[in-house]
Design a protein around this ligand. Sequence first.
Ligand SMILES: N[C@@H](CCC(=O)N[C@@H](CS)C(=O)NCC(=O)O)C(=O)O
Length: 249
Amino acid sequence: MPELIALRYSPWSEKARWALDHHRIDYTETEYLPMLGTPVLRWRLGRWRGPVTVPALVDDGVALGDSTDIALHADAIGQGPSLFRVGREREMQRWDRLAERAMSAGRLRAIERVLADPVAVQESVPSTLKALPGPLRDSAVRTVAQHLRRKYPVDTRDFETTMRDALRQLRDALGPGRYVLGRFSYADIVMAQILQFVRPHDPARLGLGPASVRAWTASLLEDEFADLLAWRDALYRDHRSASGSDAPA
Ligand SMILES: N[C@@H](CCC(=O)N[C@@H](CS)C(=O)NCC(=O)O)C(=O)O
């Protein structure tokens, strides 16, 4: 059975999970421990140089270390309608790149805000480290957060400009419709994920506590993009049930 190595709360992992669930693929999920889990991740991917990230999917000789590659693989082996539109590959890549930029800006902001709030730091302790004494647990979270900040530097520190630009493009693309490319596709999934950094959807499922939700939320953008938050919530309702699979058409 395919194994997804993922970070429970990460929007990148959710992109892959959503595509796998959409195609009704059975898989197991292993929680990745940032930094400490890197040697094992390298071994699972057979990749000894360069950065390795999650989500990663290991499936019978196939080792994929990128969320979009996992979604394409799910499309190839799974059931149900494709999430990729033939002839619109360039547009899809453009949305994926736009989402990547917005999520990277969101991640940097969220990391900094978590580090500034001791309660959010405590909430971020992975379950495998919960048994450590308090100060050690907190310093483990801080070390990992600083590692992530160094590993994923972003061009712009201006979260709001980057996010606002991406969200306006999303709004224009949707127009009066429901889907970025006319029908439900991977472009909707990736653009829904950027809204995690405006207001996280279903934080309990992702293991995000209240202080972490506050750290991730951008109240200034919440009102301005209330229509897109409603769009995202409807997308989850109609295309991703609690068990993960799409609701019946
Ligand atoms: N382009 C990659 C980016 C994935 C990515 O940025 N993953 C982050 C999620 S926060 C990660 O692996 N962080 C933990 C680490 O780098 O150790 C993808 O789409 O899969």
